[in-house]
Design a binder for this molecule. Sequence first.
Ligand SMILES: NC(=O)c1ccc[n+]([C@@H]2O[C@H](COP(=O)([O-])OP(=O)(O)OC[C@H]3O[C@@H](n4cnc5c(N)ncnc54)[C@H](OP(=O)(O)O)[C@@H]3O)[C@@H](O)[C@H]2O)c1
Length: 295
Amino acid sequence: MAARCVKNQRGQVSRLWQSICSVDAAGGGRPISTSSARLQEIPKLKVEEAEPVDIPKPKSRTRILVLGGNGFVGSHVCKEALDRGLPVLSLNRSGRPSVTESWVNDVVWVRGSLFESEKWKDQLSDVSAVVSCVGGFGSNAQMRRINGDANIAAINVAAEKGVKRFVYISAADFGLPSFVLRGYYEGKRAAEDALRAKFPYGGVILRPGFIHGNRRVGNMNIPLSAIGSPLELILRNMKPATQIPVIGPLLTPPVKVTAVAKAAVRAAIDNAVPPGMLDVWGILRLGDPRYAADC
Ligand SMILES: NC(=O)c1ccc[n+]([C@@H]2O[C@H](COP(=O)([O-])OP(=O)(O)OC[C@H]3O[C@@H](n4cnc5c(N)ncnc54)[C@H](OP(=O)(O)O)[C@@H]3O)[C@@H](O)[C@H]2O)c1
């Protein structure tokens, strides 16, 4: 048909106005008269009115889930996300903390363990990113379990539920011999491996050294910044020294808890933050505007 139409357009322009090419059952072109008498012969199609169908809208993913949102780092991650106007959900075993600060009322607290994902995984359907601040110390087996297995379980269920980004608060190793805190670092590295495998495009690992700020233990506030802040100031200016073999990693500067929280939330919501690992310098660049300005 296309060939005949082209021929008509090129050679028989006047006939083009009298006829329109169309395809008959055999696939060839035939002229159709445009006179009103012939048009009336064309049977009218009866258009049935379609029944309205309710198509459920996919849930928009807006919430941030903080694992361990009542802990030292987790509570600052919750506050930072709320300050940015994000709806925040926290999961931890003891649920809502007893502190009377107003931000606590703005978080949706879910009581549960990372090991019991069946009980809370439905909460992930409208979660865009997870930030895990779950970790801890104890025997090697306990440290392997809480820093590694618990987080691996959370990473797997978040990937299965279609969460786009996952931020894991890991730890710098200070170049310590492998027998020191073995279970802690084995757990951290196992969780990092799982994150790279399950979130190749949206997994961000933060490896801070010592984190300082006001740490609440029971009813007491421990001002870790009394030591952390001056040490951070000194060591921040000694970056080249961290390259010295053996002692260099021990000079990793402490970082303020608010900077870790800022970096974690940025990594959770900003696609411009690439997947992979952020060491303490990367955390400072992303989480501390004073340091970013110095760079
Ligand atoms: N603090 C530092 O100087 C530092 C330095 C480098 C790296 N990090 C890492 O940063 C992360 C946060 O540290 P942090 O000092 O904030 O720890 P934290 O205060 O002890 O907080 C740990 C949080 O994990 C929750 N949690 C523990 N087991 C859980 C489970 N099975 N299921 C659900 N939630 C659980 C705890 O709440 P519940 O007890 O209510 O469950 C708590 O909210 C850790 O991974 C840590 O290794 C910390």
